[in-house]
Ligand binder design. Structure first.
Ligand code: SF4
Length: 357
């Protein structure tokens, strides 16, 4: 838990957010702590942390604290003759008044959010939709009323939770002001999902994704090239494409698998139970998945693990958060993959994954 205290203002900030939320300098608001599932074998994010819900009062308290800090900065700005613009003079004055703010990550996050127009917010941690619908709706209304400048609110969500929520609950949450969901699909292959203990079947992934789309969320589905190893790469690629075709989310985000030390899957790799794909094999798997895609989604490579390079050593794919529009850019993506396969032929190193070997 990371509690920030700046004078009378206190609020919690969690550790993680998707890359695209960093790019938009989102306000990070902690609605729950850690992950309520915490069993995926490839994931080390919350392994040593215990999940807990936060009460409506606690979350509203954080939002009110951040609003209070912003108001004080605007008051200082007016006193200094800068109308209500939060500039360097205002920041210095806050640091003079509350010296701890100079070392506060939360203060830096708030300043970045303000300087980019205070337009987006991300709800932490791993699955805000696990909150009771009434509570989530209440804090979303409070957030929207407190910060009318916010244009987009985003959260992580588990497929299983989307599957379990009623359509009406999802419609209410969407209407209350949650716009975008990031979901870890990882794979559409039932064997891979079982092995990684994702706790969800391909059918539940599809049903949960479809319900989110029907409710009007902008949906990002993440998948992991390489997660099936050499043993299941073909099924992993084909069945993932099949699941994504059935959902047709707004975004498909590619986050290649790399085993983190300390996770169960890392030990499986070390014991030889899962054989990592080489860069060339990963690209062959990606090629098959893209060939099988029939979607109107944007295909994105906006995670650092998309490390493949071309013959000049340049990154193969754009890391843009908006990615490549399907199906218009499908041929272009396949051409890029072909170039990558040639550039990576025979390479034996495993990018981020080589730490295992
Ligand atoms: S649901 Fe997400 S955060 Fe939780 S263990 Fe799985 S991958 Fe990690």
């Amino acid at each position: 838990m990371f509690e920030d205290k700046i004078g009378p203002y206190s609020f919690e900030v969690g550790m993680y957010r998707p890359p695209s939320e960093g790019g938009s300098h989102s306000l990070l608001l902690r609605f729950t702590r850690n992950c309520p599932w915490n069993k995926c074998t490839f994931c080390g994010m919350y392994k040593h942390e215990k999940f807990s819900l936060r009460s409506v009062e606690e979350i509203k308290g954080d939002i009110a604290s951040i609003a209070g800090l912003w108001r004080e900065m605007q008051d200082i700005a007016r006193t200094l003759g800068h109308e209500s613009v939060v500039n360097r003079d205002v920041i210095y004055r806050i640091i003079e008044t509350y010296p701890k703010s100079s070392t506060s990550d939360g203060f830096g996050m708030i300043l970045n959010w303000l300087s980019s127009g205070a337009k987006t917010a991300f709800l932490q941690d791993a699955n805000s939709l696990v909150m009771a619908t009434d509570n989530l709706v209440e804090v979303l209304h409070y957030l929207r009323d407190t910060f009318p400048s916010i244009e987009r609110v985003t959260s992580y969500a588990r497929s299983k939770t989307l599957f379990r929520k009623t359509q009406e609950d999802l419609n209410r949450i969407r209407k209350a002001g949650l716009d975008r969901l990031h979901v870890g699909l990882e794979s559409g292959d039932s064997e891979v999902l079982k092995r990684i203990k994702k706790g969800v079947t391909p059918e539940e992934h599809i049903e949960g994704g479809r319900k989110a789309m029907k409710a009007g969320f902008q949906l990002s589905e993440y998948w992991m090239p390489g997660l099936g190893g050499t043993e299941r790469w073909e099924n992993h690629a084909r069945h993932t494409a099949r699941a994504l075709n059935s959902i047709n989310p707004h975004y498909i985000r590619t986050r290649p698998f790399s085993p983190w030390p300390g996770t169960p899957i890392y030990d499986e790799c070390a014991r030889g139970e899962l054989t990592l794909l080489s860069p060339e094999e990963q690209l062959e798997e990606l090629k098959l998945m893209v060939q099988e895609l029939e979607v109107t989604s944007k295909l994105c490579f906006d995670h650092a693990n998309n490390y493949w390079t071309d013959t000049d050593g340049q990154l193969l794919f754009s890391h843009s958060y908006e990615g490549y529009q399907m199906p218009e850019k499908k041929e272009k993506v396949l051409e890029i993959i072909e170039k990558g396969i040639i550039a990576n032929k025979g390479r034996s190193e495993y990018g981020y994954a080589e730490i295992v070997l």
